[in-house]
Design a protein around this ligand. Structure first.
Ligand SMILES: *[C@@H]1O[C@H](CO)[C@@H](O)[C@H](O)[C@H]1NC(C)=O
Ligand SMILES: *[C@@H]1O[C@H](CO)[C@@H](O)[C@H](O)[C@H]1NC(C)=O
Ligand SMILES: *[C@@H]1O[C@H](CO)[C@@H](O)[C@H](O)[C@H]1NC(C)=O
Length: 207
C-alpha cells in the first residue's frame, strides 16, 4: 500500500517550506497552543529528508519496528467498522498502545512490551498538514476521563543545511492532568525523547 502517491512525492520537495540558512536556534514549527497544566516535548536534529520523516511518522503499521514509545497505532473511522488505510486522516480515530516510560532502544516488532508500563489511549486525528510538515491528534475524553484533555503536535522542518528538525509536544489540560503530571510527567518526557532517538536510529541507521 503506497503511503504517498507518486504525485505527492513529486510535489513534496516544492511544498515543504525551506527555512532559510540562518535559522535561529529556537526556531519552531509547532503552533503555539493554550498552556496546559504541563507538557512533554522533544526536539532533535536528524540527518535525513523531510519526506523520510513524514513517511515514518504517518506509516502507522511500521511503528512497532522503530518506535519505543508508541508500540501500536491503529486508525479507525468513527461509527464505521470498515478498516481504512493505516495513515492519518483528519477526523479519523487513532487507538494507541504505548510504553511510558519508553522501551530501551533499539526496538523492533518482536520487542515485548513491559506490561507495567503499558498504557492505552484513544485519539482523534485533528490536523494532517503535510504541506506544513505538521500532524496532530487530541486525546478523546471517555466517560471516566472527562477530567483530562491532551493535544499532541508533531512537526518536521527542513533547516536547509542537510538537517531536519523533528519536534513533538503534548500539552495536558484539566484537573486530572495535575495527578498525571505527578504520576507520569517524568516518564512521559522520557518517552517523547525516546521517540526522537528512535527516529534518529531509524533514519540515520548506524551513523
Ligand atoms: C543546521 O542548522 C541548525 C539551525 O541553524 C543548526 O542548529 C545545526 O547545528 C546545523 N547543522 C549542521 C549539521 O550544520
Ligand atoms: C464506512 O467507510 C467506508 C470507507 O471510507 C465508506 O465507503 C462507507 O460509506 C462508510 N459507511 C458508513 C455507514 O458510513
Ligand atoms: C475530531 O476532530 C475533528 C477535526 O478537528 C472534529 O471535527 C471532530 O469533532 C472531532 N471529534 C471528536 C470525537 O472529538
Amino acid at each position: 500500500m503506497p503511503l504517498l502517491n507518486p504525485l505527492t512525492l513529486l510535489l513534496l520537495p516544492l511544498l515543504t517550506p525551506l527555512v532559510s540558512s540562518s535559522v535561529p536556534a529556537d526556531y519552531t514549527n509547532l503552533p503555539s497552543v493554550r498552556p496546559g497544566v504541563f507538557n512533554a516535548q522533544t526536539r532533535i536534529h536528524l540527518t535525513t529528508t523531510v519526506p523520510a520523516v513524514w513517511s515514518a511518522l504517518t506509516n502507522f503499521p511500521l511503528y512497532p519496528t522503530w518506535n519505543p514509545f508508541v508500540r501500536s497505532a491503529v486508525v479507525a473511522i468513527p461509527l464505521n467498522s470498515t478498516v481504512p488505510p493505516q495513515y492519518p486522516v483528519e477526523g479519523y480515530h487513532l487507538f494507541l498502545r504505548t510504553q511510558i516510560p519508553a522501551l530501551p532502544l533499539p526496538v523492533d516488532e518482536t520487542t515485548p512490551d513491559n506490561p507495567l508500563h503499558t498504557q492505552f489511549a484513544s485519539e482523534n486525528i485533528t490536523h494532517v498538514q503535510e504541506e506544513l510538515g505538521r500532524l496532530a491528534w487530541a486525546y478523546m475524553a471517555g466517560v471516566v476521563n472527562l477530567a483530562l484533555q491532551a493535544e499532541r503536535w508533531q512537526a518536521v522542518s527542513d533547516l536547509g543545511n542537510g538537517t531536519v528538525l523533528y519536534e513533538s509536544r503534548e500539552e495536558f489540560y484539566g484537573p486530572a492532568a495535575v495527578a498525571l503530571k505527578a504520576l507520569m510527567g517524568k516518564a512521559l518526557q522520557e518517552s517523547f525523547d525516546a521517540q526522537g532517538l528512535g527516529l534518529k536510529l531509524l533514519l540515520e541507521g548506524g551513523q
